[in-house]
Design a protein around this ligand. Structure first.
Ligand code: NI
Length: 254
């Protein structure tokens, strides 16, 4: 069975068939999902889904792209949501210099506040790092007690090696199946099996051969196949290792 450690089932793309899709996931080989939030509203929606679906856990946080829409008191609301039993991480949080170069300092302040919240609540973090590798690395390195995953890891092999040394997990998504995946495959080669997480980022980032269509956790098998190929192992071994890794990081004993 697979563990999708990153899928956004609160997204409007799932409005037409969310419940039917979640109901069918076990039959499609998926036994666990973590649904990260991107702002207060989607974090609350993730938590609400996690209360209705035993296979789904929530993470709560404010994504750097949602910085502009933040209201006063939002961080306090995230903290209130985070104390729920069904919340297993703070995420997704981080830095995104692809979408917004103009508010780097504000992005960093929001990121740091949420890392400190995770430490206070003893929760792992789910990090979004888009074209902000140096700053993300510098900031997380200031907090050696932090645990978590670099979601859809897109940094260099050198930075991956440094993160692995510091105990971080790396998330691999649909892009490992794309033709231009050279760098991600290099990182996969050096990443030990006990630090790999597989994620879909549904409804985005569909793997080949589903590229361009709405993504869901049933497509994890394509990512696992690619990882098995790179690691010279089997899909079953990848499924088992990544399921154990996810349970360990997010402290899920189900
Ligand atoms: Ni995401």
């Amino acid at each position: 069975m697979f563990f999708d450690t990153h899928a956004h089932y609160d997204d409007a793309a799932f409005d037409p068939d969310r419940d039917a899709l979640l109901r069918k996931l076990p039959a499609r080989g998926v036994s666990l999902v973590v649904n990260p939030g991107c702002d207060v509203k989607s974090s609350a929606a993730a938590l609400e889904l996690s209360e209705r679906w035993p296979l789904l856990y929530a993470a709560v946080g404010i994504h750097p792209e949602e910085l502009a829409g933040m209201g006063e008191g939002d961080l306090g609301r995230i903290e209130t949501l985070a104390v729920s039993d069904r919340c297993v991480a703070i995420g997704e949080i981080g830095l995104d210099y692809y979408w917004d170069q103009s508010r780097k300092e504000e992005q960093k302040a929001l990121f740091i506040a949420q890392l400190e919240l995770a430490l206070r609540l003893d929760l792992p973090v789910i990090i979004h790092d888009r074209e902000a590798h140096g700053d993300c690395f510098d900031i997380v390195s200031r907090y050696p007690a932090l645990r978590g995953v670099f979601h859809c890891y897109s940094g260099s092999a050198d930075m991956a090696a440094e993160l692995l040394k510091r105990g971080w997990y790396l998330g691999f998504d649909g892009p490992v199946t794309y033709k231009n995946a050279r760098k991600a495959l290099e990182v996969l080669t050096l990443c030990p099996m006990d630090r790999i997480l597989i994620e879909t980022d549904s409804p985005y980032l569909s793997p080949v051969p589903r590229r361009g269509k709405r993504n869901d956790s049933g497509n994890l098998s394509y990512i696992a196949e690619k990882i098995a190929e790179v690691k010279g192992s089997s899909v079953e071994e990848v499924a088992k290792a990544t399921l154990e890794n996810g349970r360990r990081l997010f402290a899920i004993d189900q």
